[in-house]
Design a protein around this ligand. Structure first.
Ligand code: SF4
Ligand code: SF4
Length: 198
């Protein structure tokens, strides 16, 4: 976590509290985020399998939210590194919906065009496109499209794992549409409308 001692972060955290950003993120998060209940115990960062690759632990990110450090928060790689394992969520003593807050921060970072130069937004958008088309993810298509575009040299190394998954029936060769796709499309359309008008 090389940027944990970053001067700008330290200076920001020493500012007077500005809760407007914290409330904004809380309001934009689906359901009740309980973000305001964070007591800065650090259990989330200590539980996170991906923390070593994050520039700020979830605890630090929430402190930065409380300090109103919008740009630093939205530039952080932390939400993009989060793999939504929910380990922190089940261990948080305050029942903060940490993974859901990460989704909100990703969405805000994309809208503000502040996310780091990362391939993660493309990966997420490709996945969402597949859900909109087939009603579910299609791992083979997702991985090949993403790796062909960004990491073509890594594809040969992944082939044995992919082959093993295909032969064991864990990964289909072609996408399969869910039943009642029209109903899902109606739900997604309504969700997009609500997002635009909220
Ligand atoms: S575990 Fe919960 S209360 Fe503790 S720092 Fe993380 S979000 Fe805050
Ligand atoms: S949900 Fe995200 S932040 Fe929480 S432990 Fe898993 S990877 Fe870490």
């Amino acid at each position: 976590m090389p940027q944990m001692t970053d001067e700008r972060v330290r200076a920001g955290l020493m500012r007077e509290e500005d809760l407007s950003l914290l409330h904004e993120v809380s309001m934009k998060t689906a359901g009740v985020s309980r973000l305001e209940m964070c007591i800065q115990c650090g259990t989330c960062g200590g539980s996170c399998p991906a923390a070593a690759d994050m520039d700020h632990t979830p605890r630090m990110l929430f402190a930065m939210l409380r300090a109103g450090m919008r740009e630093e928060v939205l530039r952080s790689n932390t939400p993009w590194i989060c793999v939504s394992c929910y380990h922190c969520v089940v261990r948080c003593p305050q029942e903060v919906h940490i993974a859901d807050v990460m989704y909100t921060l990703k969405s805000m970072a994309i809208r503000a065009k502040l996310y780091q130069d990362s391939t993660a937004p493309h990966f997420s958008q490709t996945f969402v496109g597949m859900v909109e088309t087939f009603g579910r993810g299609f791992e083979l298509g997702l991985a090949s499209r993403h790796y062909l575009r960004y990491f073509p040299l890594r594809l040969p190394g992944m082939a044995p794992m992919g082959f093993g998954m295909i032969t064991k029936g864990r990964m289909p060769l072609a996408p399969r549409k869910i039943k009642h796709m029209t109903q899902l499309k109606a739900i997604l359309k309504r969700a997009k409308h609500l997002e635009l008008t909220s």
